[in-house]
Design a protein around this ligand. Structure first.
Ligand code: DGL
Length: 270
């Protein structure tokens, strides 16, 4: 099959704010040649407490912006937007749209032996029931227990990954799941991979922590390969970061999510 002429087009990726950078990190590792345009909706974060209508409206607005940058596909890095808006976006969007739910669910379904899987996420993600629904689509006999952990997002944004307070809050949130005997825990929020150590200490070594970022990157690679849209030219990849609020705060905080500094950050006002 001839290579599509527009392989230089960037991959579009969005999140409610900074958290989606955990997915960017894996995308860059898996696909170092790909150009990326990231949208962080920093003016309207958090999404995790908002209604379905609002999340769909915000997501549509961001997709419209990304399409102006001629993206060849869109990654919905936000778990809340993936839970509440993915179906709508997939129907409406002229390019492929990938969310973060299914890649994590597949990995969890393969990992669990006890058939008891825990999910921690934002309130809106848990309320949507999407993770439970998709897990049961993959494996009908899995017992799923969900737990919203709303305080985790501000703790991560504060950089308190292993703080004593974080450990105590994690115990409070996770003790119930531990008692239920889950052997697999889905980290169903962009911010939670940064708390992996603390969550792991509370849950114990026998519980597998599922972070879908790497699986998402693999799925993106697979889709681009199938479409013959992988960028193969030798020039360096470019990364553009669009934010809906002050770029400097994003720049300052991005380092802990991405593991390196970001340069090209621009403000986009709706
Ligand atoms: N990005 C959100 C998610 O993964 C977490 C932050 C928020 O509530 O907006 O669900």
């Amino acid at each position: 099959m001839p290579r599509h002429p527009d392989t230089n087009r960037p991959i579009g990726i969005f999140d409610s704010g900074l958290g989606g950078l955990t997915v960017v990190k894996e995308l860059v590792a898996a696909l170092p040649k790909e150009n990326l345009v990231y949208f962080g909706d920093t003016a309207r974060v958090p999404y995790g407490t908002k209604s379905r209508e609002t999340i769909i409206r915000y997501s549509r607005e961001i997709v419209e912006v990304l399409l102006k940058y001629k993206v060849k596909m869109i990654v919905v890095a936000c778990n809340t937007a993936s839970s509440l808006a993915l179906d709508v976006l997939k129907r409406e969007c002229p390019v492929p749209v990938v969310g973060v739910i299914d890649p994590g669910v597949r990995k969890a379904a393969l990992s669990t032996k006890s058939k008891k899987v825990g999910i921690i996420a934002t309130q809106s993600t848990v309320k949507s029931g999407k993770y439970t629904q998709r897990l049961n689509d993959f494996q009908p006999h899995i017992h799923v227990v969900s737990q919203p952990c709303p305080l985790f997002v501000p703790l991560v944004e504060e950089g308190w990954f292993e703080h004593d307070i974080t450990r105590r809050i994690a115990q409070e949130y996770l003790n119930g799941l531990k008692k239920m005997g889950v052997d697999t825990l889905i980290l169903g929020c962009t911010h939670y991979p940064l708390l992996k150590k603390t969550i792991g200490r509370v849950m114990g070594k026998k519980v597998a922590l599922i972070d879908s970022a790497r699986e998402v990157a693999m799925e993106v690679k697979d889709i681009l390969q199938k479409m013959n849209m992988l960028r193969i030219v030798s020039g360096k990849a470019y990364y553009l970061y669009l934010v809906s609020d002050e770029p400097n705060i994003f720049k300052y905080r991005a380092v802990s999510f991405l593991g390196k500094s970001v340069k090209n950050v621009k403000k986009h006002s709706f």
